[in-house]
Ligand binder design. Structure first.
Ligand code: SF4
Ligand code: SF4
Ligand code: SF4
Length: 362
């Protein structure tokens, strides 16, 4: 980690784009200050409450990393700082602890009733066998049910061979993101065993939190995995590219909002745009788009612990978009942006992309 810290020339480019710094105006919440705080934590120096907060109020949007001329892995340093605080017993924050208890009790991060997890399913659940698992995740299953419903039906209509789990549980990214890697490891191991017993070779996710967790956090703690991980947009794009005639054109003007983890993390920016165009949408672009897109403010545990900050970031993003309708390929962005739009009376309609495809297929 020291080699990463040593590379910083204090050019300030990261601070120019950091959404938390922009919204709060607090120097301690700037990207550069987070690096200093991480260094203090690594060297066991005492930090005040504001510095401690700065380690947890970063949504790990990677905007800083995308402009850093030294290619410093700032979000990795933030993660290491969180893990370091947890190891020393001085992190995470009290609110994280409450959510973690909820996850352990209910196997989801949003306090959902596990008995109602499949409420969105408008047909009888049939336990199919396949080596490909559609892993819905907590946000689609409990909070953005239309994302679960539309993703399931689009894949089914396209004759994609997949199974789902009646009791899915959670990917447990929240444990990792809070720095509790000790707990995360235990729960990751349970999931890996479950997937292995089922013969799962491919996990398809609609949620970018799940994507990052299965693809990067599991190998980080447990080594190489036996399964590959895809976002639903990759699968649906491949399927519809071969059969575009299935789509009816439904004309509407839309802005596609790139989710951080998909655009900056996976460099997937054109496939969702192509799909929306194939459905008849006319696309407008936000001023900052693709790998420069602005964060929605929800990720890496900040929505649950710092809701005001999260909603303020979402509000500023929504105000920078001119169209009423916004499509995205992240259920968590859909949730946070919809919530902020309603709370701040911005009259935006935020849609998970598979809804547009399903409407076009019907
Ligand atoms: S990841 Fe985002 S919020 Fe965190 S320091 Fe970088 S730019 Fe700021
Ligand atoms: S952009 Fe990179 S080099 Fe410049 S201040 Fe930020 S971390 Fe340091
Ligand atoms: S990443 Fe997905 S499964 Fe994991 S906690 Fe978030 S919504 Fe739930």
């Amino acid at each position: 980690m020291q080699d990463q810290l040593d590379k910083c020339t204090e050019c300030g480019a990261c601070d120019e784009v950091c959404p938390v710094y922009k919204i709060t105006g607090e120097p301690v919440f700037s990207a550069m200050s987070r690096l200093k705080t991480a260094e203090m934590i690594f060297y066991n120096k005492e930090i005040d409450d504001a510095r401690k907060e700065s380690i947890y109020n970063c949504p790990k949007c990677m905007q800083c990393e995308s402009v850093c001329p030294e290619e410093i892995k700032i979000t990795r340093l933030v993660h290491e700082a969180r893990a370091n605080l947890a190891n020393k017993g001085i992190g995470p924050l009290e609110k994280h602890g409450i959510i973690i208890k909820g996850i352990q009790k209910k196997s989801n991060s949003v306090g959902g009733d596990p008995g109602k997890r499949l409420d969105w399913l408008d047909e009888k659940f049939i336990q199919k066998k396949s080596d490909t698992l559609l892993y819905l995740g907590c946000i689609p299953a409990y909070l953005v049910k239309d994302a679960a419903h539309a993703t399931y039906h689009v894949l089914k209509k396209l004759d994609f061979n997949f199974m789902m789990l009646e009791e899915e549980g959670c990917c447990y990214t929240y444990l990792y993101e809070s720095g509790r890697t000790d707990l995360a490891k235990q729960y990751f191991e349970k999931n890996v065993k479950k997937f292995s017993n089922l013969g799962i070779k491919h996990i398809v996710v609609p949620c970018n939190g799940c994507l990052k967790c299965f693809k990067y956090f599991y190998p980080d703690l447990l080594g190489k995995m036996d399964f590959k991980v895809s976002h639903a947009v990759e699968i649906i794009y491949e399927l519809l590219k071969k059969r575009p005639e299935l789509l009816n054109k439904v004309e509407q003007k839309i802005t596609y909002q790139d989710p951080c983890r998909l655009a900056r993390g996976e460099k997937i920016t054109e496939e969702p745009r192509e799909l929306l165009k194939m459905c008849g949408s006319t696309l407008e672009e936000a001023e900052k788009n693709r790998e420069d897109a602005i964060c929605c403010g929800a990720g890496a545990g900040i929505r649950s612990v710092f809701p005001k900050l999260s909603i303020d970031i979402a509000e500023s993003l929504l105000k920078s978009i001119s169209t009423k309708t916004i499509a995205t390929s992240c259920p968590f962005c859909t949730f946070n942006l919809s919530y902020a739009s309603e709370k701040k009376n911005l009259e935006k309609e935020i849609i998970y992309f598979t809804r547009i495809i399903l409407d076009s297929l019907e």
